[in-house]
Ligand binder design. Structure first.
Ligand SMILES: [Zn+2]
Length: 317
């Protein structure tokens, strides 16, 4: 009997331990339930952490190409902001080969977007840059001349490296000896017959759109859909519509601008083959586009181009 009583006591002991363990498990489970219901956060924190670790604001801006050589803070006086009465400042849409800023001034808030580009041939055509600055200053002081349905962008100098090199023939190319008006990716050629053309050694670039100045303007036009474009040159050949063959809307625009200026349309045909031009790119992007030449390499023809600006702002496609 003593041995039997010991076994019973052992079994009871085990039973009590098992019951106590079960009771503990039940109490633990009951306590856990409201805790999980009240704090669902652990599930949600994981995707939140994943978002924060990507740090999207630290990515480089896609519209600003990598700096090639000279830092922006060493840019010459030509990049000094214009002293405009309104205090308006330019938007920098990219940098030249040598790191000089490419500046766009914006006027108006309408849905029709128009653009004027100056200085594509740099120093040799420096008077187009001077004209752009005069037009910017005029628009800043007379915003009332801009129709309410129009926005106009003025890129005052697409080739600041060429301009910095000198107001001479040597100032035509960019910092890599590329003619920017032959670097756009429409009808592009690295070289072309020189009959009737500029004879100096200069190229269309290593590939279509190879130059940072070209890329910056292409990105701007791709993200700001313009319906009309003037690319200013000098000198004396007239108004060239974009497109091959010439685009109909661009021909109408060329005629309208010629009507209020003394710039000939059709333009003087020297027999030169034009490749990779900004005007052809503008047409390919849906804009009526013209290359327009000032009278000489000295004057801005401001009064003439004020009339041109009035027609351009009010032109109907
Ligand atoms: Zn030119």
């Amino acid at each position: 009997m003593r041995r039997g009583a010991g076994i019973v006591a052992l079994i009871w002991g085990i039973n009590i331990l098992v019951l106590a363990a079960l009771l503990g498990a039940v109490v633990f489970y009951i306590n856990q339930q409201p805790a999980q219901a009240a704090f669902p956060a652990p599930v949600a924190t994981q995707p939140a952490q994943a978002i924060f670790t990507s740090e999207p604001t630290l990515r480089p801006l896609p519209t600003v190409p990598q700096l090639a050589a000279t830092p922006v803070d060493r840019a010459p006086a030509t990049s000094t902001p214009l002293a405009l009465t309104s205090g308006r400042r330019a938007t920098i849409i990219g940098l030249s080969v040598s790191g000089r800023p490419l500046e766009v001034y914006t006027f108006g808030q309408g849905e029709k977007k128009r653009m004027i580009v100056a200085g594509i041939h740099g120093g040799y055509e420096w008077n187009t840059i001077a004209l752009a600055d005069e037009l910017i200053t005029h628009l800043d002081g007379h915003p009332d001349i801009i129709p309410s349905d129009v926005t106009i962008y003025i890129l005052r100098n697409l080739n600041p490296d060429g301009e910095a090199r000198g107001h001479t023939r040597e100032g035509r190319a960019n910092g890599r000896n590329v003619d920017l008006n032959r670097n756009f990716p429409i009808n592009w050629q690295v070289d072309w017959p020189r009959d009737g053309c500029w004879k100096d050694p200069i190229t269309g670039g290593d590939s279509p759109g190879s130059e940072p100045e070209t890329q910056a303007l292409m990105r701007f036009i791709e993200t700001h859909p313009i319906d009309a474009l003037i690319s200013y040159h000098s000198a004396a050949l007239g108004v060239f519509p974009g497109g091959t063959p010439w685009d109909d809307d661009s021909k109408r625009l060329a005629q309208a601008l010629s009507d209020v200026s003394n710039y000939p349309y059709p333009p003087v045909d020297t027999g030169c083959l034009y490749t990779g031009t900004l005007a052809d790119f503008g047409v390919a992007m849906g804009a009526a586009s013209v290359d327009m030449e000032l009278s000489n390499h000295r004057d801005t023809d401001f009064e003439i181009n004020l009339r041109v600006l009035g027609v351009f702002l009010n032109w109907q496609r």
